[in-house]
Design a protein. Structure first.
Length: 364
C-alpha cells in the first residue's frame, strides 16, 4: 500500500515567495498522478517536498498514515527519476543501478537478480558494462528508470523525465513508464508541463498555477469540464479559442457573429442575460462540410479565412480569421487548403464552455 496525503502543504522561501500554497491532495494506492502546469507553478517543488529534498514550511505529509515531514529521503521508500538522468559518469550502467541497493546492504545475489530482471525489461542487457557517456539520451533515461525500478519502492517520483528526448523516444518511453507503473504495483507521481504526457499517462491529473491547485480530475474531466479559464486554456491541442459574448434573447452576440444557444445553455446563462461572458470553443468542435456530423449540426455557421495551415496527415489545423477575429480550427483534411481560402464551419454548440468575465470560473 502507498497512499499519499497532503494537508495544507505549503512552501515559502525567505518568508516571502510562496512556491506551494495550501495544497490538499490525496493520491491513492497504485494511482498514476500527474502534476501538470507551466514552468514556475510549483509542481517540481511539491514533488521534492514529497521526496524529502525540500523542507515543508507548513502543513503535513503522510505516507500510509505515517507522518513524513521530518523523515529523511533515504527512509521514505521512494525512488526518483530526474529530468537530467543524474547518473554517475564514472560508473558503469550496472554499478549505477546497483549503487542504491548496496547502500541498503542488499545481498550481491539479490542485486544481480534485480538488475538482470530490470535490464531485460528495459532492453539494457548489452549496455551493463558501458558508462553513461557511451549511451544515447534514450538509453541513459532507461538506465535512470532501471535504477528506480530495482529499488522496488512504494512510490515512484518522476520529474519531467522525457523532456530531453526526441518525439519518437518520448512516445516509446511514455509507454515504458506506464508499463513499469502497472507491473511494479506502485504509486507514481509524475511532473510535466506537457499536456500530451498528462492526458495519455495519468489516471489523475492535478493542474497547478502559481503554487495553487486549480483542478483535480481524470483526463476526461479536466478536458470536458474545466473549472476555470486557465485550465480550459492549458488543456487541449491546439489551445481553445476564447471570445467575448453578450447573452441576449437566447443568443450570444460575439465578434464571430450571432450564436444561437441551446435550451440548456439558455437556462445555464439565465443570470447573465444582457451581460458578457467568456466563450470557449475548442478547435476540434468547429466542423467542416466534409465532417459526417456537419449536416446534423444545428449550430451557427461561420466562414473562416485561412491564414496559416498546419497539415497533419488526415487532419489540418487552420489558423484563420472570422470578421477579423483570430480563430483556430482542427478539421478533417480531405482536400488541399491554401492561405486565403474560405472555409465554412459549424460550431458544435453542445461543446461550448462559458466563464465569468470577472472570476474566470466556469459557469454552470
Amino acid at each position: 500500500m502507498a497512499k499519499i496525503i497532503m494537508k495544507d502543504l505549503s512552501k515559502s522561501y525567505d518568508g516571502e515567495y510562496q512556491a506551494v500554497n495550501n495544497v490538499n491532495l490525496e493520491i491513492n494506492d497504485n494511482e498514476f498522478c500527474v502534476l501538470l502546469g507551466p514552468s514556475g507553478c510549483g509542481k517540481t517543488t511539491l514533488l521534492r517536498m514529497i521526496a524529502g529534498l525540500e523542507s515543508i514550511t507548513d502543513g503535513d505529509l503522510y505516507l500510509d498514515e505515517s507522518h513524513m515531514n521530518d523523515v529523511l529521503p533515504k527512509d521514505r521508500d521512494i525512488a526518483m527519476v530526474f529530468q537530467s538522468y543524474a547518473l554517475y559518469p564514472h560508473m558503469t550502467v550496472y554499478k549505477n543501478m546497483s549503487f542504491g541497493l548496496k547502500m541498503k546492504k542488499i545481498s550481491k545475489e539479490e542485486i544481480h537478480n534485480r538488475i538482470s530482471n530490470a535490464a531485460s525489461y528495459l532492453g539494457l542487457e548489452e549496455y551493463l558494462e558501458r558508462k553513461p557517456r557511451a549511451l544515447s539520451g534514450g538509453q541513459q533515461q532507461r538506465v535512470s528508470l532501471g535504477r528506480a525500478l530495482v529499488k522496488r519502492p512504494k512510490v515512484f517520483l518522476m520529474d519531467e523525465p522525457l523532456s530531453n528526448l526526441d518525439a519518437m523516444l518520448r512516445h516509446q518511453t511514455r509507454e515504458t513508464i506506464v508499463k513499469i507503473h502497472k507491473d511494479a504495483d506502485a504509486t507514481t507521481i509524475y511532473v510535466t508541463h506537457d499536456q500530451v504526457e498528462a492526458m495519455t499517462m495519468g489516471t489523475k491529473i492535478v493542474v497547478m498555477k502559481s503554487g495553487v491547485i486549480q483542478q483535480i480530475g481524470t483526463p476526461e474531466e479536466i478536458y470536458e469540464k474545466p473549472t476555470n479559464k486557465f485550465v480550459a486554456g492549458f488543456i487541449g491541442s491546439p489551445a481553445i479559442n476564447f471570445v467575448d459574448g453578450l447573452v441576449a434573447n437566447g443568443c450570444l452576440d460575439t465578434k464571430l457573429g450571432i450564436l444561437k444557444l441551446t435550451e440548456e445553455q439558455v437556462n445555464k446563462l439565465k443570470e447573465y442575460e444582457n451581460k458578457k461572458v467568456i466563450v470557449g470553443i475548442r478547435p476540434e468542435h468547429l466542423l467542416t462540410e466534409n465532417d459526417p456530423k456537419f449536416e446534423a449540426m444545428y449550430g451557427s455557421s461561420l466562414e473562416i479565412r485561412a491564414d496559416f495551415i498546419e497539415r497533419l496527415g488526415s487532419e489540418a489545423i487552420i489558423n484563420g480569421y472570422v470578421n477579423g477575429e483570430k480563430i483556430v480550427s482542427k478539421i478533417r483534411y480531405t482536400k488541399p487548403i491554401y492561405s486565403d481560402d474560405k472555409i465554412n464551419v459549424r460550431i458544435d454548440m453542445d461543446k461550448l464552455h462559458f466563464f465569468d468575465t470577472e472570476t474566470e470560473q466556469v459557469i454552470g
